[in-house]
Design a protein around this ligand. Sequence first.
Ligand SMILES: O=P(O)(O)OC[C@H]1O[C@H](OP(=O)(O)OP(=O)(O)O)[C@H](O)[C@@H]1O
Ligand SMILES: [Mg+2]
Length: 156
Amino acid sequence: MSLSTNKMFYVSWEAFHRATKELAHQLLGKNYTAIVAVSRGGLVPAAILARELNIRVVDSICVASYEHDKQGSLRILKDASIEDSEQLLVVDDLVDTGETAKALREHFPKACFVTVYAKPQGKPLVDHYITDIEQDTWIQLPWDMELAYSKPLADK
Ligand SMILES: O=P(O)(O)OC[C@H]1O[C@H](OP(=O)(O)OP(=O)(O)O)[C@H](O)[C@@H]1O
Ligand SMILES: [Mg+2]
């Protein structure tokens, strides 16, 4: 989905942390031994999950799929050095069209693929996620935003 939609779902750092901890609760006790973060969006939830689940082996796969807000084909810029296994968690921030998830599932067929947010098109490709977001809504993540002054209603 491109950024042309005007429906927005704004996520604060606190909300992102809370949702990711909820994801950690779902994964607790499943004995995952390693995490691969899907860079860049998966880096933040991967750090939070690693802390909550006490996983010390954390790697990344660096991919580029969106060029200038339009979806292109997925390119692997750097692969992870961790082997695929059922004890591996592959973490991304969200699934939208599911193109990234599809490619990653092919790359790590045994691993558990998780995200914090999921839109309907990508949802079937995710093993665990926390929050449903409509397909036509753009998720504004906290690292893409900054605090800004808001005029009082009376001055608008
Ligand atoms: O389900 P899809 O339609 O494939 O979209 C989901 C992917 O898009 C975003 O990454 P993006 O490629 O924008 O790059 P970034 O993580 O480096 O910001 C997001 O972090 C997911 O990885
Ligand atoms: Mg990404």
